[in-house]
Design a protein around this ligand. Structure first.
Ligand code: HEM
Ligand code: HEM
Length: 161
């Protein structure tokens, strides 16, 4: 296998779009949650709040599905024309993504349903780590394309099956 499967590619880009939505549309859930904690009257079923909770849950489920597919079918062999250290870093980032995208909905759910400020702090910390790792991930992809000149982007774009 030299490329990811169609299912892996669709899930990768679908989750990417859903995460971007979570980051762009987070203001209402933050304001509503803060108001809820300070006992002010709030509209807890505001569409943007429901969207954040719903999309977040879907990200968690799709990530678990993706991890299962990875365990069942594996991933393409590495192209190999880069320093071995880079492989460790890439694996670390990829596994961290799976962990973060499962922990984010769990901490978010605890924060919202248990009114837990600690869980909300954990949720904020995790999303900050996610943001940093996404930047590292994108830099890694660009390095491979422009410095090591391999076909890494094609592996995550069109599949053979
Ligand atoms: C992977 C899925 C998720 C992502 C990427 C995500 C992302 C975010 C982001 C970027 C914020 C703003 C944090 C800040 O500005 O400090 C936020 C806040 C929040 N999210 Fe999520 N979220 C996810 C899932 C969920 C789920 C499933 C729930 C609830 C069921 C949830 C509940 C909340 C709450 C209550 C806040 C406000 C917390 C606060 O004000 O500190 N999130 N989320
Ligand atoms: C929220 C943003 C993103 C997340 C959470 C994410 C997550 C992941 C994960 C977990 C993998 C490893 C898949 C596996 O082996 O199981 C992966 C691979 C990959 N991602 Fe992303 N990704 C994101 C954004 C992007 C972007 C913007 C690009 C394009 C620059 C990109 C390009 C790639 C490529 C080319 C691979 C294959 C790497 C390889 O074959 O070694 N990703 N991504």
């Amino acid at each position: 296998m030299s490329k990811y499967s169609r299912a892996q590619i669709i899930l990768h880009w679908a989750i990417f779009i859903l995460i971007a939505t979570q980051f762009v549309l987070h203001d209402t859930v933050v304001d509503t949650f803060d108001a809820m904690l300070s006992g002010k009257p709030v509209l807890t079923n505001h569409p943007l709040v429901s969207a954040h909770l719903g999309v977040g849950g879907v990200i968690g489920i799709l990530t678990a599905l993706r991890l299962w597919i990875r365990m069942e079918t594996g991933i393409p062999e590495k192209s190999g024309n880069y320093p071995p250290f880079f492989d460790y870093l890439a694996n670390f980032v990829h596994y961290s993504f799976y962990a973060l995208l499962i922990l984010l909905p769990i901490t978010g759910g605890f924060a919202w349903y248990q009114r837990s400020e600690d869980a909300a702090n954990a949720h904020s910390l995790l999303r900050a780590i996610l943001l940093i790792l996404v930047l590292v991930h994108i830099c890694g992809a660009l390095l491979q394309v422009f410095v090591w000149r391999n076909n890494v982007l094609k592996r995550m774009w069109r599949s053979n099956n």
